[in-house]
Write a protein that binds this ligand. Structure first.
Ligand code: NAD
Ligand code: MG
Length: 340
C-alpha cells in the first residue's frame, strides 16, 4: 500500500519566506503560479523574453523574469515547460543559476528517469505531479477542492525535501484531494503507460473505432459523435464520482447487460493485457523515450505533426466541433471542468 498524505501532514509555513520560481506558464505553469500566489506565497514566473505568455502572466498580477533570472532568484525552481525542451533549457539557463540548498521540482519524471537532466549534489530534487490537467488544477483550487498529486524525492540534500514537497503540493491545492508517495521511476513509467494504453491512446482509438463503425454502417455522423464520443464524459463522470458500480446503477440494466456481454468481445482481456505489457516494456527499457527524443531532435517532429494534421481532418472532429458550437454553452472555450 502506498503512503498517503493529506492537509494535516503538510505545513504551508515551510514555504513562507521562500522564493518560488515557476518556469513556464502553460497548462500546469499558470495553475501552479496562481494557486501558490493565492495561497499567500512569493512567486515569480520565468519565461523567455519573447514569450506570448509574458502578458498573460503579468495581466494575472504575477511578476515575470527571464528564465535565468528566475532560476537565480528562486529557492525552489519548478520546471513546467514541455518535457522535450526541459534538458536544453535546464543546461543553458537553470543549472548555472542553482545554488546549494535550492530545490529543483518537476511535475513529471521523464527527464530524471531517462537521465536527460542530471542534477548536481547539494540540490533537493522533488516531484509534485498533479494527476490531472493544469486547467483543472486551477479550477479545482478556485472551487476549494484539489487534484490528487504524486510526491517523490530524487535527491534529499537538505534533509527536508519531503516536507518541502508536501508544503508545495498543499499550496497548489493537492493536499485537499490526497498525495501519494512514489518514486520518479514509478511516476514516469505509470504516467506514460496510463496515457498510452488507457487515457489517451486507448480511449481515443476506442472512440474513433466506434464512430467509424457507425458511420460506415450508414448511421448519421451526428448520432455517432453523440453516442461514441460526447457521452463518454457523462459516463466517466459517474465512474469518477462513485466507481463503475455507480455508473452501472445509473445506466439501464440493458446497458449493463451489454457491458458484460460485449466488453470482452471488443477488448479481449488476455490479448489486450499482453499488448499493454509490450507497451510497458518499451517504456521501461527506454525505447519509447528514445523514440520521442529522436522525434524532436532528429526527425523535426515529422511523424508527430502528420498525425496532428490527420486528426484535424477526421470527420469525428469536424462534426464534433460543429455540434459543440451549437450547444447553448458552446461559445465557452474555458477549460474549467470543475464546475460541470
Ligand atoms: P504546456 O505545453 O501547457 O506549457 C509549456 C510552457 O513552456 C509554455 O509556457 C511554453 O511557452 C513554454 N515553453 C515551450 N518551449 C519552451 C522553450 N524552448 N523554452 C522555454 N519555455 C518553453 O506544458 P504542460 O502540459 O503544462 O507541461 C509542463 C510539465 O507538466 C511537463 O513536465 C508535463 O509532463 C507536466 N504535466 C502536465 C500535465 C498537464 O496537465 N498538461 C499534467 C501533469 C504533469
Ligand atoms: Mg537559485
Amino acid at each position: 500500500m502506498a503512503k498517503m498524505y493529506y492537509e494535516k501532514d503538510c505545513d504551508l509555513n515551510l514555504l513562507k519566506g521562500k522564493k518560488i520560481a515557476i518556469i513556464g506558464y502553460g497548462s500546469q505553469g499558470h495553475a501552479h503560479a496562481l494557486n501558490l500566489r493565492d495561497s499567500g506565497l512569493d512567486v515569480v514566473v520565468g519565461l523567455r523574453e519573447n514569450s506570448s505568455r509574458v502578458k498573460e502572466a503579468t495581466d494575472a498580477g504575477l511578476k515575470v523574469m527571464n528564465i535565468a533570472e528566475a532560476a537565480k532568484w528562486g529557492d525552489i525552481i519548478m520546471i513546467l515547460i514541455n518535457d522535450e525542451v526541459q534538458a536544453d533549457v535546464y543546461n543553458k539557463d537553470i543549472l548555472p543559476n542553482l545554488s546549494k540548498g535550492n530545490a529543483l521540482a518537476f511535475a513529471h519524471g521523464f527527464n530524471i528517469r531517462y537521465k536527460q537532466i542530471v542534477v548536481p549534489e547539494g540540490i533537493d530534487v522533488f516531484m509534485a505531479a498533479p494527476k490531472g490537467p493544469g486547467h483543472t488544477v486551477r479550477s479545482c483550487y478556485k472551487a476549494g477542492k484539489g487534484v490528487p498529486c504524486l510526491v517523490a524525492i530524487e535527491q534529499n540534500a537538505t534533509g527536508n525535501a519531503l516536507s518541502l514537497a508536501l508544503a508545495y503540493i498543499a499550496g497548489i491545492g493537492g493536499a485537499k484531494a490526497g498525495i501519494m508517495e512514489t518514486t520518479f521511476n514509478d511516476e514516469t513509467e505509470t504516467d506514460l503507460f496510463g496515457e498510452q494504453c488507457v487515457l489517451c491512446g486507448g480511449v481515443v482509438d476506442l472512440m474513433q473505432c466506434g464512430f467509424e463503425v457507425l458511420v460506415e454502417s450508414g448511421y448519421e455522423p451526428e448520432n455517432a459523435y453523440f453516442e461514441c464520443i460526447h457521452e463518454l464524459k457523462l459516463i466517466v463522470d459517474l465512474i469518477n464520482k462513485g466507481g463503475i458500480q455507480a455508473m452501472n446503477y445509473s445506466i439501464s440494466d440493458t446497458a449493463e447487460f451489454g457491458e458484460y456481454v460485449s466488453g470482452e468481445r471488443v477488448i479481449p482481456h488476455e490479448e489486450t493485457k499482453e499488448r499493454m505489457k509490450k507497451v510497458l516494456a518499451d517504456i521501461k527499457n527506454g525505447s519509447f523515450a528514445e523514440r520521442w527524443i529522436a522525434e524532436n531532435k532528429t526527425n523535426g517532429r515529422k511523424f508527430f505533426n502528420s498525425m496532428r494534421e490527420k486528426l484535424k481532418d477526421h470527420q469525428m472532429e469536424i462534426i464534433g466541433k460543429e455540434l459543440r458550437e451549437n450547444m447553448i454553452w458552446g461559445k465557452d472555450t474555458n477549460l474549467d471542468t470543475a464546475s460541470n
